[in-house]
Design a protein around this ligand. Structure first.
Ligand code: DQA
Length: 144
């Protein structure tokens, strides 16, 4: 089964960006591990990251057309993008929401809502990079 792992804004700087919150694994290392974890689970994983909201919407629209399962860390867009809400709502294959930190436990009130959560089969938060492995496990057991 083919699976997309989609990462939103500022996640390209993983490893350098607030490591006290997001850890020291880089995005390239994360992508590599997701591909490895996927192959152990029999999934063909492709990892993408963008700082441009339209890219993410296009990828989600194609995933909807193709029935592709998605692991999504939409980063800050999670908290306010209504276009992202609509893009997630139309997905047909399972969607798993991932956050490296646990936004609901963080001080900023704006992090406490998610437009992705209503459409996600599962939300995994606060597990660091391992959350992506857990998300792939969920998809491996949810997909034929
Ligand atoms: C994040 C949490 C979001 O609140 C934040 O805007 C991010 C990363 C996470 O993975 O913990 O950019 O999605």
């Amino acid at each position: 089964t083919r699976v997309l792992v989609l990462n939103g804004p500022n996640l390209g700087r993983l490893g350098r960006r607030q490591p006290e919150i997001y850890g020291d694994t880089t995005h390239a290392e994360l992508a590599h591990r997701c591909v490895e974890w996927g192959s152990e689970l029999g999934l063909e994983v492709e990892v993408r990251q963008t700082n441009h909201e339209g890219d993410l919407l296009d990828w989600l629209n194609t995933a909807a057309d193709d029935g592709t399962p998605v692991v999504l860390n939409a980063a800050a867009w999670t908290h306010y993008s209504l276009a992202l809400w609509d893009a997630c709502a139309q997905l047909t294959a399972p969607l798993v929401e991932v956050h490296i930190s646990d936004p609901k436990q963080r001080a900023e009130e704006f992090r406490h809502t998610s437009v992705v959560e209503p459409h996600a089969a599962v939300t995994i938060a606060g597990q660091g990079i391992d959350g992506y492995r857990q998300a792939l496990e969920v998809l491996a057991s949810a997909t034929p």
